[in-house]
Design a protein around this ligand. Sequence first.
Ligand SMILES: [Cu+2]
Length: 143
Amino acid sequence: MKKLLFIILLTFSTLASSAEHEVKMLNFGTDGGMVFEPGFLKVNVGDTVNFKAIDLTHNTESVAGLIPEGATGWKGEINENVSVVIDKEGVYVYQCTPHVILGMVGVIQAGNPVNKDKVMSELGKITIAVNAERLTNYMTQVN
Ligand SMILES: [Cu+2]
């Protein structure tokens, strides 16, 4: 006789279910050429940020020292879509490695910006020749 075992898996959803966000890697966007869109993004811890390689020759890479203490960084290949689960609260600064010099950077805020002062004091780690005001504009949106 054949025994069938039925397993009922109950999935309990958390009170605030995690959300998905999209950041496009673009040659041209509302903030100009070589740009992440949106360049500033506010999320909750546990949310996923999906970086989409809409245009070619871009990547996304978190900047060492400019993410929260103990947070997991990321480094995508050129033309690679990358999904990042934001695992710690705070401010994350990221770049497109070949175009950081052109101001292709972005900022993600997750929950409380616990490391904002540290990030602000270390923004000089990033060398930007063109569109440098983007990064400061994004940082002013952190609150
Ligand atoms: Cu780029």
